[in-house]
Design a binder for this molecule. Structure first.
Ligand SMILES: *Cc1c(COP(=O)(O)O)cnc(C)c1O
Length: 360
C-alpha cells in the first residue's frame, strides 16, 4: 500500500535534474582588467541600430509581444530561403531543445548524444522524463558518430549532434553527417545544434539548411546568443519540416520571445554584414590563440566555435584558479578540462602566457 505523502512532491525525474553551472563573472582585481571567458559570450557591445530597435520596443512594454513572431519569421524565411511554416522561435535555442524533447519523447524514451557536450542536454532530457544515452567523444574531442549510431535502440526518439561541439570545439563534416543520418531510422529525430555555425571555417562544413531540406526527420537549432551577441535577450530558432516545426510551435510558451528580443533579432539580421565582420575578427583571434598555444607546446582540439578546450584532466581546478589569479575566468569541468571563450584581444595574449607558465 502506498502511503499518502504529507507534502507535494515533484515527479522523480524532476528531482534528478542536474544543476546547470553558469559561467562565473570574474572577481574584481584592483589594477587589473578582468575578462569573463566562461560563457561563450560575444565580447562586442551591441550595435547602435540594434540598441535603437530594442529601445523602440521597450516603449511598447504595456502590450504583449507579437505571439506569432511574424516579422522575425519573415526576416528569417527571407534570409534562409525557407517557408515560414518551417520555423519555430523560442527563448534561446535551449528552449527549443526542451520543446522538442517534450514533443517527441514519452517517459523513458531514449535520447542519444555525445558526451562531454552541451550541459543543457542532460537537464532537458531529465526534465522531459526521458533517458540520456551518452556516447563518449573520441580522444580528439570529435563526435564518435558510428558509436552514436550503434547506440540507437527501439526506444530512441531523438539523437543530438552538437556541431561545433561545446565544449571541445570540433565540428562534424557534411560527409560524416550524411553517412550518419543514413543509418538513423526515419522515425528518429536528428537534431543539429548549430549554436556556433557562424564561427566554422573548415572544408566540407555542414550546411544545416540543405540537410533539413533533404530529410523529413532533421531539426536544425540556431541562436542569436553567440555570433549575434544577444545572449541577454534569449532568442533562438529551429528550422524543421512543417509538421515538426508546427509541433514545436504548439508546445511553446505563449508570448515567450519578448518584443524587445524580437526587435533586436530583426535588427541584427539587418546588421548581419557588420556582425559577421565581428565574427571574422573573433575567428582571427581564435587562430591567434590556437597558434600561440601551439608555439608554447600546447595541443588543443580543432576549435570551430568561439572557444578553445584545454584537456587538463585532474589539473583543471588548478588551471582555473591560476587563470582567476590573472583576471581571467574560464569554465572548468572538474576532472575533464577547461573551456576558454575567445574574448577581447588583450585576453588572448594573457591566456597564452597562462598556458606557457602553467605547462602542458
Ligand atoms: C550557447 C548554446 C546554445 C544556445 O543557447 P541559447 O542562448 O539558449 O540560444 C545552444 N547549444 C549550444 C551547444 C550552446 O553552446
Amino acid at each position: 500500500m502506498s502511503q499518502t505523502p504529507t507534502s507535494p512532491s515533484p515527479r522523480r525525474n524532476v528531482l534528478e535534474i542536474p544543476t546547470y553551472v553558469a559561467g562565473k563573472p570574474p572577481a574584481p582585481r584592483p589594477g587589473l582588467t578582468s575578462y569573463k571567458l566562461s560563457s561563450n559570450e560575444n565580447p562586442y557591445p551591441p550595435l547602435p541600430g540594434v540598441i535603437e530597435a530594442a529601445l523602440a520596443a521597450v516603449e511598447q512594454m504595456n502590450r504583449y509581444p507579437d505571439m506569432g513572431n511574424s516579422a522575425l519569421y519573415d526576416a528569417l524565411a527571407a534570409k534562409l530561403g525557407v517557408p515560414v511554416s518551417d520555423l519555430a522561435a523560442a527563448t534561446g535555442s535551449v528552449a527549443l531543445i526542451y520543446q522538442l524533447l517534450q514533443t517527441f519523447c514519452d517517459p523513458g524514451d531514449e535520447v542519444v548524444y555525445a558526451w562531454r557536450s552541451f550541459e543543457a542536454y542532460p537537464i532537458a532530457v531529465a526534465a522531459a522524463a526521458a533517458t540520456s544515452v551518452r556516447v563518449p567523444l573520441r580522444d580528439d574531442g570529435h563526435h564518435d558518430l558510428s558509436a552514436m549510431s550503434a547506440a540507437v535502440t527501439e526506444r530512441t526518439r531523438v539523437v543530438i549532434v552538437c556541431t561545433p561541439n561545446n565544449p571541445t570545439g570540433p565540428s562534424v563534416t557534411q560527409g560524416e553527417l550524411d553517412a550518419f543520418i543514413a543509418t538513423i531510422p526515419s522515425h528518429v529525430v536528428v537534431v543539429l545544434d548549430e549554436a556556433y555555425l557562424e564561427f566554422v571555417r573548415m572544408d566540407d562544413a555542414v550546411d544545416g539548411v540543405a540537410t533539413y531540406r533533404a530529410h523529413e526527420n532533421v531539426i536544425v537549432t540556431r541562436t542569436f546568443s553567440k555570433a549575434y551577441g544577444l545572449a541577454g535577450f534569449r532568442v533562438g530558432y529551429a528550422i524543421a519540416p512543417a509538421p515538426l516545426a508546427g509541433a514545436l510551435r504548439a508546445v511553446s510558451l505563449p508570448f515567450g520571445v519578448s518584443g524587445v528580443a524580437q526587435a533586436a533579432a530583426i535588427a541584427s539580421l539587418k546588421a548581419e554584414p557588420e556582425l559577421l565582420a565581428r565574427v571574422d575578427n573573433l575567428v582571427a583571434r581564435r587562430a591567434e590563440l590556437v597558434g600561440g598555444l601551439r608555439d608554447v607546446g600546447w595541443q588543443v582540439p580543432d576549435a570551430q566555435g568561439n572557444f578553445v578546450w584545454f584537456a587538463l584532466g585532474e589539473r583543471t581546478g588548478e588551471f582555473a584558479a591560476a587563470a582567476e589569479e590573472i583576471g581571467i575566468t574560464v569554465r572548468p569541468f572538474a576532472g575533464e578540462g577547461a573551456r576558454v571563450t575567445i574574448g577581447e584581444p588583450e585576453s588572448i595574449e594573457r591566456v597564452i602566457e597562462l598556458a606557457r607558465r602553467f605547462g602542458h
